[in-house]
Design a protein around this ligand. Structure first.
Ligand code: H2U
Ligand code: ZN
Length: 348
């Protein structure tokens, strides 16, 4: 008798955070690749680049001069997508022409004065300084009366549209809730109202019992490939406790966050022995001064690489028109990431 097996048969998996589905085609993982090959991004970078707009002491595109910073450096984005002084306004013509003005502000955080480092090459102490900045920004931006959401995210690698290799992230704070947050908040609230605990507490407990998709852990966090992952090596970092936002973390929890961020990104770099590109972002309670017992802080990592440093996954065709699809299963990806060393390949 032919019994349905996740590892052999095409199937759909449900994402309980968003209510979306992913098509998984494990029988197809070994198909040959004759498509586009990306440029490998491993040129040696200088510690300081006189042409970099993020290096200490340099002039940015907007004309401002960076201080001679020693750790992290936070500044308002010179080309912010959101502005604080936008007049409020709305148009609605029968719901067919619907628009609203949006208020907000955008910041950039340089992780280090060193142009040539990335998170997996930084020390826990130095990563922790970035985390302290995130906590402070979340708290301070959230105090602004018109701000209701603070999105912290990192684009790494030119393949992800990152404009500069100097290690940095962005923060966009705004009045309305972005669509990914609205989706997750709906599902988190429904779960919490029904079961009285956070969706991610229950999910994490089950994943820790199964031990099939865990990548690495520490006292405070677990990194795993979610059951419903879309990107080949997608990962989530989930806090073991249902902490709502980054500003609530103790000093020890911040150290652990730095540790898991480094552990995961070192494994990513070791996977194809390349500086591994991704988009990373925090999902946490909206900074709207409400209780939000349903929220449970987590990070998403969406890396585009598929089978080597130069072959990426394209989200096109069926993905654009129907729903996402993947070949390698989440379990296979987790196994590969878990099996890698947590010592960076360049330091060996
Ligand atoms: P990426 O994370 O996509 O590389 O973006 C870097 C940001 O830095 C980008 O949003 C800003 C851009 O607007 N920037 C400045 O604020 N000042 C500059 O001099 C150049 C880039
Ligand atoms: Zn630089």
């Amino acid at each position: 008798m032919n019994v349905f097996k996740l590892e052999d048969h095409p199937h759909r998996r449900y994402n309980p955070l968003t209510g979306e589905w992913v098509l998984v085609s494990p029988h197809r993982a070994n198909r040959p690749w004759q498509g586009q090959v990306e440029k490998k991004e491993d040129e040696e970078l200088p510690r300081y680049d006189p042409d970099c707009y993020l290096c200490p002491g340099n002039i940015r595109a907007g004309g401002k001069k960076n201080p001679d910073y020693k750790d992290t450096f936070v500044f308002t984005n010179d080309f912010s997508s959101l502005l604080s002084d936008t007049p409020t306004g709305r148009m609605d013509e029968n719901g067919l022409f619907l628009a609203e003005s949006e208020q907000g502000l955008c910041k950039v955080i340089c992780f280090s004065p060193r142009h040539d480092l990335t998170i997996p090459q930084m020390s826990i102490d130095n990563i922790k300084k970035v985390i302290k900045d995130w906590a402070q920004e979340y708290e301070e931006l959230g105090k602004i009366d018109y701000i209701n959401h603070v999105q912290i995210f990192e684009n790494k690698g030119s393949i992800m549209g990152c404009s500069n290799p100097h290690p940095h992230c962005q923060i966009w704070a705004q009045k309305s809730l972005p669509v990914e947050i609205i989706k997750e908040q709906k599902h988190l609230s429904e779960y919490y109202d029904h079961y009285g605990c956070t969706l991610l507490s229950a999910y994490l407990e089950a994943e820790l019992l199964k031990q099939e998709r865990i990548i690495c852990t520490n006292d405070t966090f677990v990194a795993l490939v979610p059951f419903w992952a879309v990107w080949p090596f997608e990962a989530m970092v989930i806090c073991r406790q249902p902490v709502k936002n980054i500003a609530s973390f103790s000093d020890k929890e911040k150290t652990d966050l730095a540790d898991i961020y480094k552990q995961l990104t070192v494994r990513y770099d070791n996977l194809f022995e390349t500086s591994f590109p991704y988009s990373m972002g925090f999902h946490q309670a909206p900074a709207d001064r409400k209780e939000h017992p349903e929220w449970h802080l987590h990070m998403h990592f969406y890396p585009p690489l598929l089978r080597s440093a130069t072959v990426k996954k394209f989200m096109v065709g069926y993905e654009m028109l129907a729903n996402p699809q993947r070949d390698i299963t989440a379990e296979q990806s987790a196994f590969r990431l878990r099996s890698l060393s947590n010592v960076h390949y360049t330091s060996k």
